[in-house]
Write a protein that binds this ligand. Sequence first.
Ligand SMILES: [Zn+2]
Length: 158
Amino acid sequence: MYRVGFGNDIHELKEGRILVLGGVEVPSDVEAVGHSDADALLHAVTDSILGALALGDIGSHFSEKDKRWEGADSEIFLNETVKMMREKGFEVENIDSTISLEKPKLREQIESMRSNLSRLLGVNIDQVSIKAKTGEGFDAVGTRQAIKAEACILLKKV
Ligand SMILES: [Zn+2]
């Protein structure tokens, strides 16, 4: 049996030095505002798994009101979610994702993000796709007010 899931996330950007994406620190002149480490990609991936299993969303499991998650490493959210997935007898077949960010370009970090996600999800790197897009100057992404991430995942019952 297969289950498909979708997740998306958006974070406001402010002046800064580091953007955390897929667990990788990207040197940048902006950083994402958020309760945890504001890793939009890991949040979208976490939501895609929860979505595939109809287990609610990231906010219902890891509330922004919970002090435990202040500045938290978002890998914790994904690890906990992967644990729930395994308890239900599923594993990841493949994942496709897109990060929308005007600047900086992410080309140099994409491979490290893929490798990190493959480790977190327990799959091979060729089962993990991460794409990077800009907003072409339009909308909140294009005007550098926000970063967005979207993920689509396929789970397989083992
Ligand atoms: Zn988020």
